[in-house]
Design a protein around this ligand. Structure first.
Ligand code: URA
Length: 440
């Protein structure tokens, strides 16, 4: 039997529709297509074709919602699973039976991670490789509790919210109320909507003053306005900066990346650690040093007696730069121009945190701050003075250069690996001493 490809595609979607007449509908259409109505699907006014298209559209909309609104939460793996890495678990309540149909998307998007999507009628699971596997539905109580990233979701949502574009009806169409209860950021919606008029009035006032400027005195020279912008940035709180950075378009790296990965740690941390750029996992999770390099760093920090929770961790470049190889996203070194484009964010973080000591993990961070090429093997382990950090001259932390944890990971079994790791721990111990002086 031959049927048009379009029918097969639609039938896959319609089979997920929860209305019990779907099989009857599909069978009737199949019967007619196999008979003498080969062009049936072109008869858009035919009641069965109308219904087929309507069901297929409904399911496609639901899949779109699932892709956009599933929120994973990190859940510690059970001992039985024998893994250190967390499993990412999401709870979702679709109106149609789309879990299997949509699972290919999640497998591609979250390749390399272990995840489960739980729903009341079916659950999909993936082990970071192989095939997605399925089990029956579960109750809400099996779903994950809020995790430490909950706040990050809210921060992200708040940052992409543009009051000038607020269209309540369009927003409700995109994120219908029935999904709100499972969305951490949805709690923000009422206050953001309420706030929108006030923020809009502020924007209008700003526009007016720049109009006035056009017929008034000449605008400031570019250097001055750049430094004024930087000063304005440095005056905001870290959270405010994170919100602004979430919408950063200063270089093209934002586009393929999932999100801006902002720094993390106490705003008064005595020590700031700066890496190069987020990796694959950091890009997905929105946290610095959350992947394999982060795990090596955690181990070395613990050996050096440093508590990660007391440190401020960030990167010289805040977007993941990569090239795609099939399902994998391979790290690419950022260009100088990309590091430069991101420098104001790093300077603003430094101006805000005012660390006593900045530890540059690897050459990219060192180059960003020193403004010259650096050989880590030659310059690591010594305390340096930072030449100029910000235009206002308010931040002069001591600088310490050391290896990047990814470099140590790449050394693996090489004879130099143990020696380099020891030096790395020794550098972190020195960092601890300097940081402790600030506590005295
Ligand atoms: N490498 C980095 O430089 N930063 C991260 O956050 C992760 C890996």
């Amino acid at each position: 039997m031959r049927v048009p490809r379009d029918f097969l595609e639609k039938a896959k979607a319609v089979a997920c529709h929860r209305n019990s007449d779907r099989w009857d509908l599909l069978y009737r259409i199949l019967w007619r297509l196999a008979g003498d109505e080969k062009h049936l699907l072109e008869l858009h006014g035919d009641p069965q074709v109308l219904k087929l298209n309507d069901y297929a559209r409904t399911v496609a909309r639901e899949v779109h919602k699932m892709k956009a609104l599933v929120r994973f939460r990190a859940v510690k793996a059970g001992v039985a699973e024998g893994a250190d890495d967390p499993r990412y678990v999401a709870w979702f309540e679709p109106d149609h039976d789309i879990v299997g149909y949509a699972s290919g998307f999640f497998r591609r998007r979250f390749a390399g991670m272990r995840w489960s999507i739980l729903t009341p009628r079916a659950c999909a699971h993936y082990e970071g490789e192989g095939e997605v596997w399925f089990t029956g539905g579960v109750g809400r109580e099996a779903g994950p509790e809020a995790d430490e990233f909950e706040e990050a979701w809210r921060l992200y949502y708040g940052s992409i919210f543009n009051p000038a574009r607020l269209k309540v009806r369009a927003m409700l169409a995109e994120m219908p109320r029935r999904y709100w209860k499972n969305l951490p950021e949805a709690r923000l919606i009422p206050s953001l909507v309420e706030d929108a008029n006030r923020r809009l009035a502020g924007m209008r006032a700003l526009t007016k003053s720049s109009d006035e400027m056009q017929c008034g005195p000449r605008p400031a020279a570019p250097e001055t306005s750049a430094s004024a912008r930087l000063t304005a940035l440095q005056q905001g709180s870290l959270e405010h900066l994170a919100l602004q950075a979430a919408g950063c378009r200063r270089c093209p790296l934002w586009e393929p990346a999932t999100q801006t990965v902002w720094g993390e740690g106490p705003p008064d941390a005595p020590i700031m650690l700066i890496g190069e750029q987020p990796g694959d996992q950091e890009d997905l999770l929105g946290r610095p040093f959350a992947g394999p390099a982060g795990r090596l760093l955690d181990r070395a920090l613990a050996q050096a007696g440093l508590d990660r929770r007391r440190l401020y961790l960030t990167n010289a470049v805040k977007h993941f730069k990569f090239k795609s190889r099939g399902k994998r996203r391979l790290h690419e070194k950022p260009l100088d121009i990309e590091v430069l484009a991101c420098l104001p964010w790093l300077q603003a973080e430094m101006a805000r945190v005012k660390p006593l000591l900045v530890v540059c993990l690897g050459a990219t961070a060192a180059r960003a701050l020193l403004g010259r090429a650096v050989k880590i093997t030659e310059e690591r382990g010594r305390l340096l003075n930072l030449p100029v950090v910000d235009d206002a001259g308010s931040v002069r932390p001591t600088l310490l250069l050391t290896f990047h944890p990814s470099y140590l990971l790449r050394l693996q079994e090489a004879p130099a690996a143990a020696d380099a790791y020891e030096k790395f721990v020794a550098d972190l111990q020195l960092a601890k001493q300097v940081g402790a002086e600030g506590d005295e």
